[in-house]
Design a protein around this ligand. Structure first.
Ligand code: ADP
Ligand code: MG
Length: 632
């Protein structure tokens, strides 16, 4: 911690330093030209691959078809030429081990020739499979250290890209990370499996509606919160450096009580840093869109346009990495911890989620008159049923020592999982529970009382910030995620529980249709019975209130207040059954994840305890002794 004088010196330095921000010249290249220039995307693939190879690769990307290994050499060769022309000297298989971070090991393209010169080499084999020494990554007992083999497998659905380094550039190939027996050692593999599971079930439902759809994916737009603080303050706090949050200290007299920060004008230094990050992200094909001040002092948010959930997950990791690396250029430190400072808001991540067909149809788009949109109602009720049936799995997907400081602390949604539908959709569900839905409440026009302002159509439902799972127009927003966590886990859970629900609905409906029953009548009956059972999870009121906690208990909704209480859910019978049935995790994979998360929790709390003791001994006690000396 900076002493009073230390702080003064830092503040003096900050106030008198004239920073020359690095320049990002948007005039040199327009936004449009910048976007994706460092990505081996469809455009580049088309340019550089032969027609049959391009087609085969696209089939894998779009339809999830198994990749023909025969084309790998051609793809690798084209990728290498493109990367070297763009300044890359090395390549790496990027993977997402259970640390929740990304991992990479770089190899150069160079291979020595007999005559003492060297050539650039990169084969299909090197593209498809890597073998990092995996013994030092958490495996939770899936492998003993003497069986260190772990493989990285190319994920063609997430395009390779070039990452500029201070001296050179690296070709980055997104990969899945598995043990030699094929068990998942990472976050990507289960996510990909869950997308497949959902796709199969969603297509069954769409078939009943006479639609020819071969692939359904889930789409995700994660809104990312973070802090930027002056790096001199950061380097003077051993707790921020080592634990990511302050463990000791005094709250400032002015925090967020004046509510003057949210959506406020963004300071110059911060906006310079944001623009730099955004330019780099554009080049990497990350469609960042929104930026603004958040509620707490020095807190900000960045949000991209939604993408396929696998890509969105990779891009969210990339986004955090770019911000972390870029902030120091501006004399700033980026904090992604869920609760860096006591007394002001912490940081979360809102996971906007929907399902989309390969023909581009958003399956959670209600249209103008949702009560007539049977297909939407089926998908929406399937999601409601999933959350009502598996609230604990959603809860545990956002558990962790850091997020424990937020959930339920009246700044983030409570640990009780419930759904906010808004008054329009709630009304339709109420009708549906008791018979066919007959009408859609319209919002009407807003009376602003100023004649020069245009009349604005009123939304039929308000927003609700206190709900962990809210319907927001054409998607659900899962709001309990922590800022630092990978979004892979929560989306794996969401995809799987909705797949199970869609499976349940499809099985009933298919049987009815086969028995000659009218599809609409069968849907009406089924949705009504599901709603009767699942409506306990619907709640449109204030999730922060004491009344809700009591009401939720009466409704029998689980409330696991912290990580320790929630972790055993991972290995519950129900969880093992569900995830094995849809081949997302097998039992040993779940056990290993449980072990890793327990260990991670214990280690985190332990580091914080040791740090607190060190700081008390080396920083606080000496100050006390000094003061005692002065007084006596
Ligand atoms: P707000 O702060 O009002 O919740 P934002 O505009 O900051 O909204 O973020 C909303 C996020 O939801 C964006 O990332 C947006 O791309 C995403 N989104 C919009 N439609 C979908 C969809 N169909 N599926 C997934 N995410 C979506
Ligand atoms: Mg939001």
């Amino acid at each position: 911690m900076a002493t009073v004088n230390g702080r003064k010196a830092i503040i003096e330095k900050i106030a008198t330093t004239r920073t020359n921000y690095p320049q990002v010249d948007f005039n040199e290249a327009t936004l449009k030209e910048l976007f994706g220039i460092n990505v081996f995307n469809t455009r580049v693939q088309k340019e550089r691959l032969s027609k049959p190879v391009f087609k085969a690769l696209q089939k894998t990307i779009r339809e999830g078809a198994t990749l023909d290994p025969a084309i790998a050499d051609s793809v690798a060769s084209a990728m290498k030429d493109w990367a070297i022309e763009s300044g890359a000297t090395h390549f790496t298989h990027l993977f997402q081990p259970m640390t929740g971070l990304t991992a990479e090991k770089h190899d150069s393209f160079l291979a020595p020739n007999e005559d003492g010169s060297a050539i650039a080499e990169f084969s299909g084999k090197e593209l498809i499979k890597g073998e990092p020494d995996a013994s030092s990554f958490p495996s939770g007992g899936l492998r003993a250290t003497f069986e260190a083999r772990g493989y990285t497998a190319w994920d063609p659905t997430s395009p390779a890209y070039i990452m500029d380094n201070p001296n050179g550039a690296t070709l980055v190939i997104p990969t899945a990370f598995v043990s030699w027996t094929g068990e998942a050692l990472d976050k990507k593999t289960p996510l990909l499996r869950s997308i497949d599971a959902l796709s199969v079930q969603a297509c069954r439902i769409l078939k009943l509606f006479g639609k020819k759809v071969t692939r359904v994916t889930t789409t995700v737009g994660p809104e990312q919160e973070y802090f930027l603080i002056d790096s001199m303050f950061y380097w003077s706090r051993p707790d921020l450096i080592n634990a990511g949050r302050t463990l000791l200290g005094a709250a400032p007299p002015k925090g967020q009580e004046l509510e003057d920060q949210y959506f406020g004008a963004i300071p110059d230094r911060v906006i310079a840093c944001m623009a730099d990050c955004e330019a780099q992200l554009f080049k990497l094909g990350v469609p960042v869109k929104t930026r603004h001040n958040e509620v707490a002092p020095s807190q900000y948010e960045i949000a991209p346009i939604f993408e396929d959930s696998n890509l969105a997950t990779d891009h969210n990791q990339l986004l955090m990495e770019i911000i972390r690396r870029t902030a120091p250029k501006y004399g700033l430190a980026a904090l992604f911890h869920e609760k860096p400072f006591a007394g002001i808001n912490g940081s979360g991540k809102h996971n906007n989620w929907s399902m989309s067909t390969d023909t581009g149809e958003n399956l959670l788009n209600p249209g103008e008159t949702p009560h007539e949109n049977t297909q939407f109602l089926v998908f929406c009720v399937a999601v409601i049923r999933a959350v009502a049936k598996y609230p604990e799995l959603l809860r545990v997907s956002v558990s962790g020592a850091a997020n424990d400081h937020r959930l339920g602390a009246n700044e983030a949604p409570p640990a009780i999982m419930s759904i906010f539908l808004g008054s329009q959709l709630q009304d339709i569900m109420d009708q549906l529970e008791n018979g066919p839905a007959k009408n859609t409440k319209s919002g009407g026009m807003m009376e602003i009382g100023v004649s020069v302002l245009p009349k604005l159509p009123k939304d039929a439902g308000d927003r609700n910030r206190t709900s962990p799972f809210a319907f927001t127009g054409n998607k659900f927003e899962f709001r309990a995620l922590g800022a630092s966590q990978s979004i892979a886990g929560p989306n794996t859970v969401l995809n799987t529980i909705v797949a199970e629900s869609l499976d349940y609905l499809a099985t009933k409906l298919e049987a009815d249709v086969k028995a000659g029953k009218n599809l609409n009548a069968s849907i009406q009956e089924l949705l009504s019975s599901i709603l009767k059972e699942s409506k306990k999870v619907l709640f449109n009121g204030d999730g922060y209130s004491k009344e809700w906690h009591e009401e939720a208990e009466r409704r029998g909704l689980p409330n696991h207040k912290n990580t320790v209480e929630s972790l055993p859910i991972i290995i519950s019978k129900e969880s093992v059954q569900l995830f094995s049935k849809y081949k997302v995790y097998n039992e040993s994979e779940l056990k290993s994840r449980f072990n890793i998360l327990c260990e991670h929790y214990i280690k985190t709390v332990n580091v914080e305890a040791k740090l607190t003791a060190v700081m008390a001994k080396t920083m606080i006690l000496p100050a006390c002794y000094k003061y005692l000396g002065e007084v006596s």
